[in-house]
Design a protein around this ligand. Structure first.
Ligand code: GLC
Ligand code: CA
Length: 537
């Protein structure tokens, strides 16, 4: 049980103060460049805080900004304690946090807990044949030809053994130990002093960024740290210990996992877990089942949010409701618009089609995350060559487009020096701010509506009331106490009707609301959020 009174509202779980957090996910190199080198920077994030606040976001998650050779766009770190020069300095980070807090915005940073870059001094020492303090900092086998489940790389140095990679070859796995030992020659138990030392270092890293002003962490590949852990008991124990430390020392800070298995992540102590494109198919089945919409086509089938109506709500609910019921009151599920690891949500969607997606995301329980640019429908650039290990993720990482001006207002650098290209004739923030019917304003209104009522926020109850016809139209109740809403969404390109009865009034809609004899007619890609009228005059 967690006392909640002093905690930040973004994960207050006791319903005394329901969470109204809405996150903005910023890819720092592509947000805003303040020194004309063509790469976004931390001062750029600071400069745009008024925009972030005006949109209604209450927190930001920043992708990695640490020193790195950028073979995986900064998820390959060479100094856990240092901002990469291209993003600025540690002082800039502290200044960003101070300024964000003045705006009432929390700052969550990426924690790449599972691996580093090869160039990190730790790994360089670990790779030496002579035993030293870092020999066991990474997972190495004890024979230059001995692999482990195909995950090891040989021949890196004169050390006799292969190192385990955590993701790319250039991301050697930090050694937090094995839950089960098959080969005692090189596999260390979790409580081995060297594995404990790795964990202590991770805690030191967290303490360091908290001391500079961070409000929490999004943990990269959170489930990957403990090796040979078939029942997950190792990784659960690992994070629970850190959660306990947070409860004692940093109860106001948040732990968010990249796991995409909320029951497991929240049992391990995370406050929030994403439902995204791997592990459970639920997220893919909502928006991303078709070719070109996902980073890999592993799940296939049809999206529920697809105009031809071949999807099925049950494909989503069969996972979601189980995960939701099991985590309710303990942690939150986040369904993000997208992130830096998949094509943008705008792929194969018009503005109207995006509106219904956003109406859904902003009225669901849990904590919404908006990937920068999705609020203006920034397109996915399938044409771009891979940059910094991005592959087909690269097209989702192009700069934010602020104005119609040079480099779309992203940077004063020569166009050839930009991190990735912009489309000066494409969508931009200034144009959408000036148009009250823009996607940006739709997002802003949806966020404002969400925050106006605890029933629509993280802890509000939910019931899906239309399970027939594969769930088209999508209709669900949200309520808390006496406050109640009915959300009606039509993802299809044909009109849909639904019996909503009487006694509702419109809270927000992207169409003219027509309810005749209790029958609501939804236009193609129309949504209507109704507030139960019993509390109104
Ligand atoms: C996570 C990150 C991804 C990165 C990988 C390795 O999935 O989101 O961008 O490539 O971990 O760190
Ligand atoms: Ca810059």
């Amino acid at each position: 049980d967690h006392a909640c009174s002093k905690k930040f509202e973004f994960y207050c779980l006791t319903s005394r103060e329901p969470s109204s957090a809405v996150f903005y996910n910023i890819y720092p190199q592509s947000f805003y460049d303040t020194n004309a080198d063509g790469i976004g920077d931390l001062n750029g994030v600071r400069a745009k805080l008024p925009y972030i606040r005006d949109m209604g976001f209450t927190a930001v998650w920043l992708n990695p900004f640490y020193e790195s050779p950028f073979r995986d766009a900064g998820y390959d770190i060479t100094d856990f304690y240092k901002v990469a020069p291209r993003y600025g300095t540690n002082e800039d980070f502290a200044a960003l946090c101070t300024a964000a807090h003045e705006y009432g915005i929390k700052v969550v940073v990426d924690l790449v807990a599972g691996h580093t870059a090869l160039e990190y001094e730790w790994f360089q020492k670990s790779a030496l044949p002579e035993k030293n303090e870092y020999t066991n900092r990474y997972v190495w086998t004890d024979d230059w030809l001995k692999n482990y489940e195909g995950s090891c790389i040989g021949g890196y140095s004169q050390r006799d053994g292969m190192y385990m990679k955590n993701f790319f070859y250039c991301q050697p796995a930090l050694n937090y130990g094995f839950a089960q030992i098959d080969d005692p020659g090189w596999q260390l138990p979790m409580d081995h002093p060297d594995c404990r030392a790795t964990k202590q270092e991770l805690i030191n890293i967290m303490e360091f960024w908290l001391s500079l002003g961070a409000d929490g962490f999004r943990v990269d590949m959170a489930s990957s740290l403990i090796k040979n852990d078939p029942d997950g008991s190792g990784i659960r124990a690992f994070w629970q210990e850190i959660r306990q430390l947070f409860d004692e020392k940093h109860p106001e800070c948040v732990l968010i996992s990249e796991w995409s298995y909320p029951t497991k992540a929240i049992a391990a102590g995370f406050h929030i877990d994403f439902l995204i494109h791997f592990n459970l198919p639920a997220y893919t089945k909502l928006f991303r089942a078709e070719p070109g919409r996902n980073v890999s086509d592993q799940f296939g089938g049809h999206s529920f949010f697809q105009k031809d109506g071949n999807g099925s709500l049950d494909d989503f609910l069969s996972d979601y409701l189980r995960e939701y019921d099991a985590t309710k009151g303990k942690g939150y599920i986040s369904i993000p618009t997208g992130n830096h690891d998949m094509p943008r949500i705008s792929v194969q969607r018009t503005k109207r089609e995006l509106e219904v997606v956003y109406a859904f995301l902003m009225t669901m329980p849990g904590v919404p995350f908006v990937y920068y640019g999705d609020e203006i429908g920034l397109p996915y650039r399938a044409d771009l060559p891979s940059k910094e290990g991005g592959f087909n993720r690269t097209g989702a990482r192009t700069p934010m487009q602020w104005t119609e001006g040079k480099n779309a207002g992203f940077s004063e650098a020569d166009a050839g020096k930009l991190y990735l290209p912009v489309d000066e004739h494409g969508v931009n923030v200034a144009e959408q701010l000036a148009d009250e019917n823009s996607l940006l304003h739709t997002m802003q209104k949806l966020i404002a509506l969400r925050k106006s009522s605890p029933a629509l926020c993280a802890d509000g109850e939910i019931e899906f009331v239309n399970r027939r016809h594969n769930g088209y139209p999508l209709v669900y109740r949200r309520w808390l106490g006496s406050d109640e809403y009915l959300v009606c969404i039509n993802p299809l390109d044909v009109p849909e009707v639904y019996a909503v009865g009487d006694g509702w009034k419109t809270a927000l809609a992207n169409q003219t609301v027509r309810i005749e004899n209790g029958q609501l007619t939804l236009e193609p890609f129309g949504y209507v959020i109704l507030k139960m009228a019993r509390n109104s005059v």
